[in-house]
Design a protein around this ligand. Structure first.
Ligand SMILES: Nc1ncnc2c1ncn2[C@@H]1O[C@H](COP(=O)(O)OP(=O)(O)OP(=O)(O)O)[C@@H](O)[C@H]1O
Length: 320
């Protein structure tokens, strides 16, 4: 890979959480030693169950929160080694699309005001230019200029997500972190929005870190897929690899739990039982061992290394 657009090196994030009136404050390990790279023009999918640290990792790579340890490089520059002003400038090239466009779009502003805001904040363009840019953004996401004078509540869920995407594109970003951008939408609308992401990537040369708990969504959109469990990456491989065998047992369980497109085929009994343990009490050894059907004694004692097992294929498992 040539120099990646985005690189995380051993990124960790610990939160201090209140224990209530009586208990002491405790440390919650949300992300632990995550390293990954995203090449320009690539879509890296990040998948894992709720609470495994996906959003925290997304916020870390956007430098919205500082890491407890580790580094984030964007276009080769380490973001936390830069001055605040330089970091702010680089951050314009990285934008986020949220899960719930309704709560991220100010309901009191018209679409024009919402889309114009980034240009006004950065003192870009005349009034007429800004209007043209807003119309172009709407066109890019499949809406018409007629939308400019309307308010977010006048749009359907899918259209609102198109507005959320349009706003993220206003300052011509290179990287977009999409955090569960289709989870709140009906399945039929999900496909349209995923296709829009793909079209925009081709047209505008974008790079995505695409976050979802749903492996079928991630498989649809990603070039490579990173699987996260309790704050750590457990597998990283090209999408095609996920149709083959010998994956991490957690990945295999996620695949088995993914929806089956053919209704005549009964989904197999999912082998992923129970919820993941709390990030406040991460099990020793391999964090997945209490739920792993293949766990051995070593899995209970020793953290498996995240190691390369094939071309572009990394995983952490004693049994693979
Ligand atoms: N600001 C915070 N303060 C304390 N704990 C936090 C904070 N943000 C996240 N967490 C905790 O960190 C862990 C990871 O959360 P995160 O939101 O990153 O997971 P996620 O995989 O994105 O899940 P979800 O899809 O449910 O948001 C969770 O246990 C969460 O409660």
């Amino acid at each position: 890979m040539s120099e990646p657009l985005l690189a995380a090196r051993r990124l960790s994030k610990t939160f201090t959480v209140s224990g209530g009136w009586t208990a002491p404050r405790r440390l919650l390990q949300a992300v632990t030693e995550v390293s990954l790279e995203v090449a320009a023009g690539e879509t890296l999918g990040l998948v894992g169950e709720s609470g495994c640290g996906k959003s925290t990792l997304g916020r870390l790579v956007l430098a919205l929160i500082p890491p407890t340890q580790g580094e984030v490089f964007f276009t080769g520059e380490e973001l936390w080694g830069l001055s605040r002003e330089k970091r702010r400038q680089l951050r314009q090239k990285m934008q986020i699309v949220f899960q719930d466009p309704y709560s991220s779009l100010n309901p009191r502003l018209t679409v024009r005001q919402i889309l114009e805001e980034p240009y006004i904040i950065h003192k870009l363009g005349s009034k007429n230019q800004r209007r043209e840019w807003c119309e172009k953004l709407l066109d890019d996401v499949g809406l018409t200029g007629e939308a400019l004078h309307r308010y977010p509540h006048e749009f359907s869920g899918g259209q609102r997500q198109r507005l959320g995407i349009a706003r993220a594109l206003a300052l011509n970003p290179q990287l977009v972190v999409a955090d569960e951008p289709v989870s709140a939408l009906d399945v039929s609308v999900q496909a349209q929005i995923l296709n829009l992401f793909n079209d925009l990537k081709r047209k505008l040369g974008l790079t995505y870190l695409f976050i979802s708990h749903d492996l079928s969504v991630i498989s649809h959109i990603s070039d490579r897929i990173a699987v996260m469990y309790l704050g750590r990456l457990v597998e990283l491989a090209p999408r095609q690899m996920y149709s083959q065998r010998r994956l991490h047992p957690y990945t295999e369980a996620l695949l088995e739990a993914a929806p089956v497109p053919d209704p005549r085929r009964r989904p197999p009994t999912p082998r992923l039982k129970g919820d993941p343990p709390s990030s406040l009490r991460i099990p020793p050894g391999c964090p997945f061992h209490p739920r792993c059907p293949e766990a051995h004694s070593i899995c209970r004692e020793l953290l498996p290394e995240f190691r390369q097992v094939g071309t572009d294929h990394w995983l952490s498992c004693h049994r693979r």
